[in-house]
Unconditional design. Sequence first.
Length: 98
Amino acid sequence: MAERHRVRCVDKTERVNLDERIRRIGGTNSVGVNWRLTHEEAIAAIEARRWDFYVEQPGGAVDVIVATSRDGTKYLKTTADADEPSKLLALPNCLQVR
């Protein structure tokens, strides 16, 4: 079973392509250690079922999933998002999270 981790921050880019909007995701694990994964590492971990990620929202947790854009490239978004990874992009920058 995959370990479940809360995403608390995102390192964003200025790019407009869905697969290039997020550089890294990050959070704090159950023992208080900060973690950061590149976009590619997070996608690989989800696909390998090694880790699951979620974002906490006022109505509850929403899962982070791997989506595929029209041109076939993979990117991260939540189950509550349409095409745009809005819930992830709304998180603070990882440099601001301690």
